[in-house]
Design a protein around this ligand. Structure first.
Ligand code: ZN
Length: 75
């Protein structure tokens, strides 16, 4: 199953500040995943890892943070 996130980067107004956090998706078990960032941001708890991953990427686009590698980690 493929999931696509259609985002027009031109819709976002980027601030001039540099990236200041690293976001990762925490897999809390079956049907429980959430994205969290070292800048203090935390996403909603999601049933799908893919939805939490989209939260993480959207946060990176809006707040200029970076993604961790690997993005999804066991918690
Ligand atoms: Zn952040």
């Amino acid at each position: 199953m493929a999931t696509a996130l259609a985002v027009d980067v031109g819709d976002f107004e980027f601030s001039q500040q540099e990236a200041h956090g690293v976001v990762s998706v925490h897999n809390l078990g079956f049907g429980r995943s959430t994205a969290a960032c070292s800048c203090g941001w935390a996403g909603h708890r999601r049933r799908l890892k893919a939805a939490a991953t989209q939260d993480a990427w959207a946060h990176c686009l809006l707040d200029r943070c970076s993604v961790s590698s690997p993005l999804v980690v066991l918690w």
